[in-house]
Design a protein around this ligand. Structure first.
Ligand code: AHG
Ligand code: MN
Ligand code: MN
Length: 337
């Protein structure tokens, strides 16, 4: 049987199923090509001088790595000319990036975390790119970057596509257009993404959890209780032994959960309470929550379904608990007590 490339998958979603438009198909192909370019740069590493600090800070006050800046530039350059986008927003840019006047404008908005897991770049551990696509509301004011921010402030339920690339031992692209989750693997010789898994399903139960245990003393009581019960193992109230994994790249931790189940938590804690959490809603939590729900899992803040949150700012942060449904429901129920 012929290989099913990303292009073919998207064409079938558009032509045969009517799930996506021609412009959305084009947009996703362009994003996938940008991810290939990022993958090539990462693959060269120290040979191409792409490792290390950029010497600047982003809007969140975080030190930027060279690859944060390079990946952001690759995504901007790839996406601004095609006529499919109205504007883009990124972790690495304070304000939205408008499509320059010399190019036509389209009906979609793209948000991205160009390089997720920055602390793992220089140590050669898996990192990734996360993206989310929204429709631009009709009549949105795109006259200035400041005015354009309002167009992006839509709940995660409004996403029309979301995905992430993992730059690991293999480069994979995980995608949803609201019709389940598909996994594509980059064939490095051919330079194309090939479909390697469809209809991904996250098991409802798990024995594996992911959380940064160094923050334990800052967590709220419901998370303390839940993690304590998991650590109690077979003899505890959950009646089974759990294992723990924490890569520190959300893409890699979520991808493990997509592959074999698990629960990922970056919960509210006293360190990040004032800013609402650690992870960013528009380009980390929402796309991952959309993918996880499409794979049969669940994603909440502990108190609310992530996809239902009405954002009030572009770089809003939220607590994140996602993965195997029964475990996410358990810890979410603990928050209600
Ligand atoms: P980014 O590199 O885009 O800033 O994101 C890093 C995020 C996420 O990938 C990961 O889950 C989390 O930060 C790790 O945080 P800790 O270093 O606090 O464990
Ligand atoms: Mn990130
Ligand atoms: Mn990032």
């Amino acid at each position: 049987m012929a290989l099913r490339t990303l292009a073919r998958y998207l064409t079938e979603e558009q032509r045969d199923k009517g799930v996506i438009t021609t412009d959305l198909k084009f947009l996703i192909e362009i994003v996938s090509r940008a991810c290939q370019s990022i993958s090539v740069a990462i693959g060269k590493g120290g040979l191409a001088g792409v490792l290390g600090e950029a010497g600047s800070d982003n809007v969140q006050g975080e030190a930027q790595k060279k690859l944060d800046v390079l990946s952001n530039d690759i995504l901007l350059d790839a996406n601004e000319w095609g006529g499919h986008l109205a504007a883009m927003a990124s972790e690495e840019m304070d304000l939205p990036h408008l499509v320059p006047h010399r190019f036509p404008k389209g009906e979609y908005l793209l948000t991205f975390d160009p390089l997720d897991g920055s602390s793992n770049i220089d140590v050669n551990v898996s990192i990734g790119t996360i993206f989310s696509v929204l429709k631009c509301p009709e009549g949105a004011d795109l006259s200035t970057p400041e005015a354009a921010e309002a167009a992006f402030l839509q709940p995660g339920t409004a996403q029309v596509a979301a995905g992430y690339a993992v730059y690991g031992p293999t480069t994979t692209l995980i995608l949803t257009v609201g019709d389940g989750v598909a996994v594509f693997t980059l064939d490095r010789e051919l330079g194309i993404f090939i479909l390697t898994q469809e209809k991904v399903q996250i098991p409802a139960d798990t024995k594996e959890f992911a959380i940064n245990m160094a923050n334990q003393r800052f967590w709220e009581a419901p998370v303390q209780r839940y993690v304590g019960e998991m650590q109690a193992g077979k003899e505890g109230p959950l009646g089974k032994d759990y294992n723990m994994r924490w890569v520190g790249s959300m893409v890699a931790d979520v991808h493990r959960i997509m592959t074999r189940g698990g629960i990922f938590m970056y919960p509210l804690d006293s360190k990040t309470k004032d800013q609402g959490g650690k992870l960013r809603l528009m380009y980390e939590a929402n796309p991952m929550a959309f993918l996880v729900e499409q794979a049969g899992g669940a994603a909440t803040t502990g108190r609310q379904r992530i996809l239902d949150i009405q954002p009030d700012k572009l770089h809003q942060r939220v607590p994140v608990i996602l993965g195997s449904r029964n475990e996410v429901e358990r810890v979410t129920a603990y928050h209600g007590i």
